[in-house]
Ligand binder design. Sequence first.
Ligand code: FES
Length: 567
Amino acid sequence: MVTLGIVLMKNKRSSQWFQTPGYHGMARRAWLRSEGYPADVFDGKPIIGICNSWSELTNCNAHLREVAAAVKRGVLAAGGIPLEFPTISLGEMFMLPTTMMFRNLMAMDVEESIRANPMDAVVLLCGCDKTTPAQLMGAASADVPAIVVPGGPMLAGTFQGQRLGSGTDGRKLFDLYRTGKLNDEEWSEVEGCIARTSGHCTVMGTASTMTSLAEALGMTLPGSASIPAPDSRRMANAELSGRAAVELIEADLTPSRILTRDAFENAITVLMALGGSTNAVVHLIAIAGRVGIRLTLDDFDRIARKTPCIANVKPSGEYLMEDLFHAGGVPAVMNRISGLLHGDCVTVNRKSIGDNVATMVSQDDKVIRQLSAEGGIAILYGNLAPDGAVIKVTAASAELLKHRGRAYVFETRDQMMAEIDRDDLPVDRNSILVMRNCGPKGAPGFPEWGHIPMPKKLLQQGVTDMVRISDARMSGTSFGTVILHVAPESAVGGPLAIVQTGDEIELDVEARKLELAISPQVMQDRLSRFVAPKRQYERGYGRLFLDHVTQAHLGCDFDFLMPEVIK
Ligand code: FES
């Protein structure tokens, strides 16, 4: 006889599907049983969705089916039924024009997949840059109990005796290759070893930053973010997370109860302490927006000024994510700055974040040590960026943080790429490179084009950094004195649109200032002659994106996905 477990399941979300009287309840049970489940699968057991961003087109997440298998073991051990489902995945290396264009699409996919399906809790498997914020945004909007399981970083590669951090060191070596200091054979060797295992980039790039911030928000089990992908403890963590997902249901611990303003302030504090990716500014604003919390750029700058950067991890420092793991991971970083955190924020293991990190002292003070008294990211304002711009101070050159120079303007990235290696490019070490039409609507999609390569002629003179300004983002693995996310962007008539080659620009990071040295009258006159560039999409998702994406300082979410309370 089939036991339906109606009493046990009446309070569960999944009972709306499987306990419906009459034909529909029978049909749903029958169709699920077609996958080979016995009748007692409906006998009061919680159903745990496993939202998998696995894809062979997302190499950083390509091992997540094995991670899902470990999560399933945990769910089954805790008495639940795991049901794995796919969503769109976002592979940083392959998607054109940029994964950022599709973050909101994935967030919608995640949200509606959770909302539309019979699950009592969901485990979110992520890794590559945008997959983590997209899953958090979707899960926050669906507000079904959720836990994040990151796929973990790669292990380091080794080239000519040097440990390589994927992303950061590739760029440095490419400059050597461009200037003839590495030959073709050596360059090919780099290709073979720089991404040598499963997992995401192993520096404190956007992937490592966002999984670390998921942990700081309380959405992972403690210590989840830094365990390397090939490490056996990655699978053990996944199994434990599967068990924890079942326990979330009884506690009714939904994302909206975890993702509080205090939790976001903790995440911003950890972002600064880690010297994390500038992309996290955009993503945290968007995730917070989904639960009706308005984070502003000023929140980031305020917290940066009182938070030391203490993670000696590339690109800000010397080490890699696996070193941070051995040093105690994010819990050890949070332990070191516990006085700056809201310790009573609840997390997915039902304990407070303060309790989770209370005994997690650093195991390696070379890796967890102060790099700077203030956080890694600063927010700049001025007549060139009325709604703000972002700079990663810890990845910049100290001597350029206060600088005045003449602009050399690239109208588009294509123009920049065509000109940057010209021997007669009219720039010197004091010039400021400006690139426009690279923002959310202009590029479109807000790509990671902001790390404008150093002009070849300057590299050959031994100049390795200069001030560069754009309305683009930058990979979290990049470095240099690079000003990003200028808002409003040039394509909607922000002042970046009217900078002319030869104009003087003044940067003063200490004063948080970014000024174009022209008079208000000249600024007004030039802006009055602004002509918007031609829209690049008239149909499909591209059109939806152009019609609804918000500016960088608002998180680039779609306006119709944000709750009314923060519009
Ligand atoms: Fe996926 Fe770097 S390419 S994290």
